[in-house]
Structures are given as C-alpha cells and as structure tokens.
Design a binder for this molecule. Structure first.
Ligand code: FES
Length: 88
C-alpha cells in the first residue's frame, strides 16, 4: 500500500514516462492518469468522484483538456495540473 492508502490489486509490469508540471514521472502503464499519479508519492490533482462526473480532476494533456480519472496516459505525454495553469 502506498503512503496515500491507495493500492493496486495487481502489480503493473511496465511503466511509462510522463512529464507532469515539468517533472518527469514514471507511471504504471494502462492505468488512468489519476490512478497513476496517486500511486506515486509526488502528488496528484484534486479529485472527488473518480468516475468522470465532478470534473474536479480536469488537467491539460498535450494542450487538450482531459479528466485525469478517465484519461489513460501514453508514454511521452505532457500534463499540466491546475496549479500550473492546466485547468481548462
Ligand atoms: S474525479 Fe471527478 S471527474 Fe475525475
């Protein structure tokens, strides 16, 4: 279990590299952006429902507005969180 109390029910075998607010982060492949960010100790955007309804986790991915709880990141994506102007 991670420091945030969030755990995967299985261990992802591969990781992808995503730039989040200018910092390179290694996230598990095949997970939502929100789940991947929560699994790391470096923080995640604010969220509430985690099912795409509240829009609270909205971020910019490669310049496009996305909800982090539904978006599956790809290797090389660039993510801006609301703190850095990523709020759409
Ligand atoms: S947490 Fe509600 S839309 Fe993502």
């Amino acid at each position: 279990m991670s420091e945030r109390g969030f755990r995967f029910i299985d261990t992802p075998e591969t990781a992808i590299e995503v730039t989040v607010d200018g910092a390179l982060r290694h996230l598990p492949a095949g997970r939502s952006l929100l789940a991947g960010l929560l699994a790391t100790a470096d923080g995640a955007p604010d969220f509430f429902c985690a099912i795409g309804q509240c829009q609270r986790c909205r971020v910019r991915v490669n310049g496009t507005s996305e909800v982090a709880c539904l978006y599956t990141p790809r290797d090389g994506d660039t993510v801006e969180t609301p703190e850095t102007g990523g709020r759409a």
